[in-house]
Design a binder for this molecule. Structure first.
Ligand SMILES: *Cc1c(COP(=O)(O)O)cnc(C)c1O
Length: 334
């Protein structure tokens, strides 16, 4: 079987509404002086969606084939990924256990509210590094198995090699839409943290006849060497298809200049970009992921680094706007 056939034959839930829309941002693009298209992964059907739905779609479909009845995954208290896992599990009638860093807040808001609404069992484990959270997921999986269930683990961001392949499929989905629209973009720009989105897009590009620059905007600084993390994950994902590693670390384009005050914290550049997109297109991004990705695009355009149309991959996440931690102070001034 060819790598492309292997990708096409992976079990899928088909839980999102794909293809997600692709459309031009006329007014926003005019402000930046470049042609901008939006790939709308913020709208795809399941509990307000976002990019993680594509990864869980493959991971949970595979788990069901193996007889699993429980999904265990992890993230911060306001994790988009954990919420997407809770949503996908609910949609297929699976039990879901979420291992969340931090401590239980007095009230559940935004993503945490959705986690509970969707019926996930939430376990707060205090402030922990990412690696520890992934290890705790493995411990919970063992606990479920001992109790007679069968659990599947999804790591932080659902960025396992299999989960990342959701974005190889997504690259091909976009490629078909661009052909139909007659657009040859100079670059795709997207927010990046755990790296699965970027890695999957690179695998998709290796499978496609048309090669586009893929620029990740690191919004959290979670990996000390994000290029190595992304190229390593892309190699593991490619291996599942019998494909050679698609990129060397030095060829991964990832900018680290939008991290601002740090992971899960808004930046002034993101606030400006979010406001500008909201007012020119009535499209809302979040303050700490897709908004920082958008700020990365604005910065690249301002530096004259994008020659030709650019696709902004809207990865979703706007629930965080309603998290009182971010509040309206940064965003609604101006
Ligand atoms: C997780 C997330 C990202 C980054 O995707 P990774 O695959 O983890 O790099 C970008 N935007 C939003 C809204 C996210 O939730």
């Amino acid at each position: 079987m060819s790598p492309l056939d292997r990708l096409a034959s992976l079990p899928r839930l088909g839980i999102g509404q794909w293809p997600t829309p692709l459309h031009r941002l006329e007014r926003f693009g005019a402000e930046l002086g470049i042609e901008v298209w939006a790939k709308r992964d913020d709208v795809q059907g399941v509990a307000l969606a976002g990019n993680k739905v594509r990864k869980f779609d493959l991971v949970v479909a595979d788990a069901i084939e193996r007889g699993c009845d429980t999904l265990v995954t992890t993230g911060a208290a306001q994790s988009n990924s954990a919420r997407a896992g809770a949503a996908v599990a609910a949609a297929v009638g699976m039990r879901c256990v979420l291992v969340l860093s931090g401590s239980e807040p007095a009230t559940s808001t935004a993503n945490l509210l959705l986690d509970r609404l969707l019926g996930a069992e939430v376990r707060f484990v205090g402030d922990r590094p990412w690696r520890w959270l992934d290890e705790e997921v493995d411990r919970v999986v063992a606990e479920v198995d001992t109790a007679g269930g069968q659990a599947v683990a999804a790591p932080v961001g659902c960025s396992s090699p299999l989960g990342s392949l959701g974005f190889a499929l997504a690259y091909l989905e976009l490629d078909a839409q661009l052909r139909e629209a007659g657009v040859r973009p100079a670059a795709i720009v997207h927010a990046s943290t755990s790296g699965g989105t970027h890695a999957g897009l690179l695998v998709g590009r290796a499978l496609s006849e048309r090669s586009v620059r893929i620029i990740g905007v690191d919004v959290g600084g979670l990996h000390p060497h994000p290029d190595e993390a992304v190229s390593g994950l892309a190699a593991e994902a490619a291996e599942l298809l019998g494909l050679d590693p698609p990129v060397a670390p030095g060829d991964v384009e990832i900018t680290t200049d939008q991290i601002g005050p740090g992971y899960a914290l808004p930046s002034p550049a993101a606030a400006a970009a979010i406001t500008s997109l909201a007012r020119s297109e009535a499209i809302v991004t979040d303050p700490v992921y897709s908004g920082k990705g958008l700020a990365g695009l604005v910065a690249l355009a301002g530096a004259g680094a994008l020659d030709g149309p650019v696709v902004y991959w809207h990865t979703g996440g706007y629930h965080a706007l309603f998290d009182p931690v971010h509040g309206d102070r940064q965003l609604a001034s101006g």
